[in-house]
Design a protein around this ligand. Structure first.
Ligand code: SF4
Length: 497
């Protein structure tokens, strides 16, 4: 028997090698923080959607070892169908080894409609049609009469008013016609998949645009492990399709990239040349001086940490809105004195008001504020100003006074090979201060990056006191290092100018 599932079918449609590698080389599967966040959001949203049509039954069942009990789920589905249940969640079917679970199976006349829940904002993604076509195919093979097919997505314009309105939070889009066009491909695709999955030989499939479309592939590290390092895929700020186009033309190593030259601007050329030959640090003194002349003491080095809940929990916020919950502020005076201030909200309540009030106390309206990639901080301050009109005058003045420490790097005024073509603070700081333990994020406890901070903050409210104190301390130390790092970057720019 050939066993396949809905997720394997979708993987196969992205690239036939993905389900093969998952089966034969699962240890090569490397999931990034963004993908994990997408999975987590999908689970949370899927649970929420179950109540969209009122009363429902759910078939999800587990074995003693915590794994899904698919046999029990299939039996319960048949039982609920026989009982005429209106809404069956995670309804599970198996046709000769082809398994699928339907997020919501909704009774309509003598048949059923399929509802597939997605945590994204747009229903217009071909993979959703691929996904639901497979579901309809399996259900019809199992003798279920399928009526219409719908995709449920999130309305990111919905504003939470204290009571979550599922009918406003979710958007329902009918895709029956698109599924009917696609469903003819399912049988042939499954035949092809069976051939590949039965073979012990790894499919000879090369890198392509599919490695990022519709999702970044978790096997990219494995499939590129024999490429030179660095390679065309490390080039700064070049679209993935352009990188693939170079790769397909046989241009992969930096020597080849340099010889070809077609995608090299000044910054990428320097990245490549410095990687091929260590030329120390490139410094454009005039450019750096020009930037520093736009600053004035005292300098306020500022950084937000945010959370981005898919299901809004604070009144007046939208799904996926970036909510500032924490900040760190280092203040450097003309005489070299350095002060530090910080704020960390309480996760059981909306932290924005308290944060905004502290912010206007900590930062005068007429001082020079520095961030790294100021667009992010400025956007959050503008949102705070909109949420709290009584503070908006001061907040907007702070926003208007922001300068961006990323500018000198993005404009190519300072570069060394250790930056590896990345201008993120996590690349720039160790490249300027190699081996400095005080500036090494790896030496922090618990929180080492923004994703970890984002994941930890909402959990604070459920922690025992001692654990919470430790976690809060970890969050504060992480954010403080971000702004201390900005001070050190500023000092380096001043030193070399
Ligand atoms: S990295 Fe690309 S080629 Fe390799 S399995 Fe993924 S999609 Fe296929």
């Amino acid at each position: 028997m050939f066993y396949f599932s809905k997720s394997k079918y979708c993987d196969f449609n992205q690239c036939p090698k993905i389900p093969w590698l998952k089966k034969f080389k699962p240890e090569e599967y490397v999931i990034d923080a963004g993908t994990q966040a997408r999975f987590d959001a999908g689970n949370a949203v899927g649970d929420l959607a179950m109540g969209l049509f009122g009363d429902f039954v759910e078939v999800t069942s587990y074995r003693a070892d915590g794994s899904l009990d698919l046999n029990k789920m299939k039996a319960l589905t048949l039982q609920y169908i026989a009982e005429g249940k209106e809404n069956i969640c995670e309804a599970s079917f198996d046709f000769e080894g082809l398994y699928c679970a339907v997020d919501i199976l909704r009774k309509r006349g003598d048949g059923y409609d399929i509802y597939e829940v997605k945590s994204s904002a747009s229903p217009e993604n071909h993979v959703y049609i691929v996904d639901t076509s497979y579901q309809k195919y399996v259900l019809e093979k199992c003798g279920v009469k399928v009526g219409k097919v719908f995709i449920i997505t999130i309305d990111t314009g919905y504003v939470f008013d204290g009571v979550l309105d599922l009918h406003k939070f979710f958007k329902i889009s009918e895709v029956t016609a698109l599924v009917d066009e696609e469903i003819g491909r399912v049988e042939d695709t499954l035949k092809e998949a069976e051939k590949i999955m039965r073979s012990k030989t790894e499919p000879a499939i090369d890198l392509s645009a599919a490695c990022r479309d519709p999702y970044p592939c978790a096997f990219f590290g494995y499939c590129t492990k024999n490429l030179p390092s660095p390679s065309v895929f490390d080039l700064y700020y070049l679209g993935f399709e352009k990188k693939i186009a170079l790769y397909k033309r046989g241009i992969c190593s930096y020597e080849e990239v340099l010889k070809d030259g077609s995608e090299l601007n000044d910054i990428r050329r320097r990245q490549v040349e410095y990687a091929l030959e260590d030329r120390g640090t490139y410094i454009d003194k005039e450019g750096i001086k020009g930037f520093l002349q736009t600053l004035s003491y005292p300098l306020y080095f500022f950084d937000f940490e945010t959370v981005q809940p898919v299901i809004p929990c604070y009144i007046g916020t939208r799904p996926y809105q970036q909510i500032p919950v924490q900040y760190s502020l280092h203040i450097l005076h003309a005489d070299g004195t350095l002060e530090h201030r910080e704020f960390l909200g309480r996760s059981e309540e909306d932290p924005r008001r308290a944060l905004a009030e502290r912010l206007v106390k900590d930062i005068p309206a007429d001082v020079c504020v520095l961030a790294y990639n100021k667009k992010f901080e400025c956007a959050r301050i503008k949102e705070l100003a909109e949420a709290f009109p009584d503070l908006s005058g001061h907040l907007l003045k702070i926003r208007d006074n922001f300068k961006d420490l990323l500018d000198p790097f993005q404009k190519g005024f300072y570069y060394n090979r250790d930056m590896g073509g990345s201008f993120s603070i996590k690349s720039v700081l160790p490249a300027i201060y190699p081996g400095d333990p005080e500036l090494d994020y790896h030496n922090l406890n618990g929180v080492h990056n923004g994703s970890e901070a984002m994941e930890l903050f909402p959990r604070l409210k459920d922690m025992p006191k001692a654990e919470r104190e430790q976690a809060e301390n970890d969050l504060l130390k992480y954010c403080a290092l971000d702004t201390f790092g900005l001070v050190k970057i500023y000092e380096e720019l001043k030193r070399v100018s």
